[in-house]
Design a protein around this ligand. Sequence first.
Ligand SMILES: *Cc1c(COP(=O)(O)O)cnc(C)c1O
Length: 362
Amino acid sequence: MSRTPAARPEVFSVAPYVGGESKLPGVEKPLKLSSNEGAFGPPPSAITAMAEAAANMHRYPDGSSAALRHEIGAKFGLDPARIVCGNGSDELLVLLIQSYGGPGTELIMSEHGFSVYEIAGKIAGCTVKKAPETNLTTDVDAMLALVTPATRMVFLANPNNPTGTLLPQSEMLRLRENLPADVLLVIDAAYSEYVDRPDYDPGVALVDAGENTVMTRTFSKIFGMGGARLGWAYAPPAIADVLNRVRPPFPVNNFAAAAGIAALREPGWLERGRAHNTQAKRRLAERLTQTGLTVYPSEANFILVDFGTEDHAIAADEHLRAQGIIVRRVKSYGLPQCLRITIGTDDECNRVATAMAEFRRG
Ligand SMILES: *Cc1c(COP(=O)(O)O)cnc(C)c1O
C-alpha cells in the first residue's frame, strides 16, 4: 500500500465551504439573491479606481494598507493605528482564531451563528460550543452559561447572518461585562451599515472600552465589493499588534485597496444603500407575509422566510429557480424550513414577491 501525506485530523472535521450559488442551468442571467452582495453593485468611483490601479500592478502593495486604513479611520472616526485590513473580513476572523484559539481551547457562538466561526474554529483545533437561541436571537445568558476556564473566544455577528436578528447595545454590554476579562469577544459587524436603529452600536464602543473586544467589518455587503475581498478589524492596540504579526505580508492587493478608498469617498453611498434597504425590505416582507409566510424581523440586507416545513421550503426554492431566481437554503444553519433572500433593487424584489405569490397560489 502506498503511503500518502496526511493532513492534521482537524482538517477533516469540516466540509468545504459552499458559497451562495450563482448559476442556473439554462438561465443566461439568473437573479442572484444568495450572498447579500448589496443591491446596487460597486460604487462607480471604485470601478474607475480599480482600473487606474492596473497600470501599477508590477508594484507590490503596501502590506499595512496605510492609505486605506487612514481613509477608513476618517470615514468612521477611528484611529488608523488600531485598524488592520484583510483579504475579506473572513481572513481576519480566521487569523483571530489561529492566534487566540487552538487545541484545548473553547470557542462559543450561537446556535444559528455564521458558519465561518465554526469552520475556522474546528480547523484550528478549538472545541466549538453553540448556545441555544431565543426567537432566533442570540441569548446572552445561554452564551454565558457555556463559559468554562477553557473558553478563549466568543463570536457574535450583529446583526446575525442568516437570521438577520440584532442584539441591542444593552445586551452586548451585558455580555461583555459578564465574560471573563481574558475571553476575546469578536463582534462581526458585516451588516452594520444597514442597521437603522438608535439602540445599536457596531462594536466601536466596546472595543474602545477595554482590551478584549474586536470588531470586524467588510466591503462585501453595502459597498458591493465582495469579489474584491476586502475587510477590516478595529481592535485594541495589543490585538492589532497580534494581527499584524500573523497576517500574510500582503493581504490586500493594490486593486482592492484603491477601490476601497474610492468607495469610502463616494458621496451618499451608505445613506442611499441603507435607505433603499429599509424600504425595500419592509415592502418585500409585507408582500410575503400577505401570502401567509412567516418573515423574521431583519436588521440586515436579507430576510429569513419560514415555510413551515423543509419540503415546502425546497418546493419554494425550486419554484424560484424555475423563474431564474437564486436564493439561499439554510439547512446547514439548522434552519431547513427557511430560505434566506437578499434584498435587491425594487425590480428584483418585485420579481421575488410575484414568484412567491404564484407559488403560494399553487
Ligand atoms: C458576508 C459576511 C462576512 C463577510 O465576509 P468577507 O470575507 O468580508 O466577504 C462576515 N461575516 C458575516 C456574518 C457575513 O455574513
